[in-house]
Design a protein around this ligand. Structure first.
Ligand code: DC
Length: 232
């Protein structure tokens, strides 16, 4: 029997990938896999253990001893690292900052890519990250690259923070986002770029629900290319 599709979703920080991926997975009845959470879990562990983030060898040794699990729940995914629920802890600003050097580490990437391939092997997943269509699943049945102008991504981020009652400074949010873009795009392995065969979706003038709808329709057409083809 043909496996269910793998949907690869890549794009820069703040483009709305996580929400879109989660809603899309629910709509299709697929599993949502947030690969950024896995890099964050490794960063949190290194911070807690006092392992220098730039010491590739030490972090590489440590990652081999981590058991990272993603457990789906209604509103997303719970993230476990060596049995501990780190779902909230990995979202702290210092963990976000620490994750960039961790994601540059080839040993970390090799280990996490292997885990991600195992999780998606049976298909029926929406996997979201930076290198899903280029490295993790270059043969995914559906590949998308979500994009939006940096100013728009910064504005969305600022509104999210305001809604959560946090103070915002738009200029520093934009500067931070541009710096993360630069790091994501210049990474020696697993750099963010548009995968061969990926469809670029500019979400600048679309709501999240419109993006989900557009992607869902595209997936149905790609994977069930008959008139009236329906989702599994
Ligand atoms: O999507 P996010 O902000 O949760 O990602 C956290 C960090 O991990 C960010 O620095 C980019 C990096 N990342 C990566 O290098 N490859 C992925 N597949 C996913 C995330």
């Amino acid at each position: 029997m043909r496996r269910k599709p793998v949907v690869a979703l890549d794009g820069p920080v703040g483009v709305g990938k996580s929400t879109v991926a989660r809603k899309l997975a629910r709509r299709l009845g697929f599993l949502y896999i947030d690969t950024g959470a896995m890099y964050r879990a490794v960063a949190l562990d290194a911070l807690r253990q006092g392992v220098p983030l730039e010491d590739f060898e030490a972090v590489g040794r440590r990652v081999g001893s981590l058991e990272i699990r993603l457990v789906p729940e209604d509103e997303g995914t719970r993230v476990f690292c060596n049995g501990e629920d780190v779902t909230e802890a990995i979202r702290a600003p210092e963990v976000s900052r620490a994750t960039s050097p961790i994601a540059d580490n080839p040993a970390v990437r090799a280990r996490l890519v292997a885990l991600q391939r195992a999780m998606g092997a049976g298909g029926g997943v929406v996997m979201e990250g930076r290198d899903i269509g280029t490295v993790v699943f270059p043969d995914a049945e559906a590949k998308f690259y979500l994009d939006a102008r940096a100013e728009i991504r910064a504005e969305r981020r600022a509104r999210q923070m305001e809604a959560a009652g946090r103070a915002t400074d738009r200029a520093s949010i934009l500067a931070d986002l541009l710096e993360r873009d630069r790091r994501d795009r210049s990474r020696p392995v697993g750099a963010l770029r548009v995968a061969d065969g990926a469809e670029i979706v500019d979400t600048s003038d679309m709501s999240e629900d419109e993006v989900v709808e557009a992607l869902a329709q595209r997936i149905v057409r790609l994977t069930f290319p008959r008139p009236g083809g329906r989702c599994p």
